[in-house]
Design a binder for this molecule. Structure first.
Ligand SMILES: NC(=O)c1ccc[n+]([C@@H]2O[C@H](COP(=O)([O-])OP(=O)(O)OC[C@H]3O[C@@H](n4cnc5c(N)ncnc54)[C@H](O)[C@@H]3O)[C@@H](O)[C@H]2O)c1
Length: 231
């Protein structure tokens, strides 16, 4: 069975992504908390050295990695310019540095394996839509992620490592808890279907990219938002 590493596997999207991949992959979940996956590893992904050791252990146990889903993330809600330096650094560290270091550790474990290997980064519509609530350090962390997606896609295309981002809008997960009731209601009412998306709807796209149809797709940011931002 192919080996898939999913970060943030204990969260709303992470659980759905892990379940969707479990049909075809041995799923290893990386999260602060224990995840309901074949192999759960508790790790703080803001610790680059811990990421390096974790992937070394995965290489020893499984010989390599076929799919990496960088999904761990959060949204700190202080607004500009009153964003404490610690919060800015934590936002970039959880959402961007963690995926940078996971890519650094995983790509050598993908090289030389059969087929097209996949990196799928869970970005956000917040990097592209400036009408909704997202604070600037959250937007910037996801924009940085999407630039790394394109760099790695270009860099590793001929080695058959495909790298894409999926950028969802409002999806019903525990992350809704960072919003006050009025902000949440306004953001949901802006969704064209009048309701948020569900985690399994996003997970289906991840599984599609991880499967054979994803072999020819690389360097893209796929926006999922019910058509909200079409102008
Ligand atoms: N829910 C949405 O509407 C939405 C929209 C756009 C993008 N996203 C993105 O989707 C991803 C998943 O979010 P979610 O909605 O499932 O939220 P969630 O809070 O349910 O899940 C996030 C998971 O990441 C884990 N995590 C956070 N910090 C970590 C760390 N330092 N080390 C290890 N694990 C850590 C958490 O423990 C949690 O299990 C995030 O990157 C988020 O930015 C979500």
């Amino acid at each position: 069975m192919k080996i898939a590493v999913v970060t943030g596997a204990a969260g709303g999207l992470g659980q759905a992504i892990s379940a969707a991949l479990a049909e075809t992959h041995h799923v290893i979940g990386l999260d602060l908390k224990s995840s309901a996956v074949a192999e759960s590893i508790e790790i703080n992904l803001t610790d680059a050295a811990a990421i390096a050791s974790c992937f070394e252990a995965i290489a020893e146990r499984h010989g390599g990695v076929d799919v990496l889903v960088n999904n761990a993330g959060t949204c700190f809600m202080s607004d500009f310019p009153d964003i404490p330096v610690e919060e800015f650094e934590a936002q970039m560290s959880v959402n961007f540095s963690s995926m940078f270091h996971c890519c650094q550790a995983a790509i050598p474990l993908m090289q030389g394996r059969d087929g097209v290997r996949k990196i799928i980064n869970i970005s956000s519509n917040g990097a592209y839509n400036f009408d909704v609530f997202d604070p600037p350090h959250y937007r910037a962390s996801k924009a940085a992620m999407d630039t790394l997606t394109k760099d790695l896609a270009r860099r590793y295309a001929s080695e058959k490592i495909a790298v894409n981002s999926i950028a969802p809008a409002m999806t019903e997960t525990p992350l809704f808890g960072v919003l006050d009731d009025a902000t949440l209601a306004k953001a949901i009412s802006a969704m064209p279907h009048g309701k948020p998306m569900q985690p399994d709807q996003i997970a289906g796209w991840v599984a599609h990219l991880a499967g054979p149809m994803g072999d020819v797709c690389s360097g893209n940011v796929i926006i999922l938002n019910q058509g909200r931002d079409v102008r």
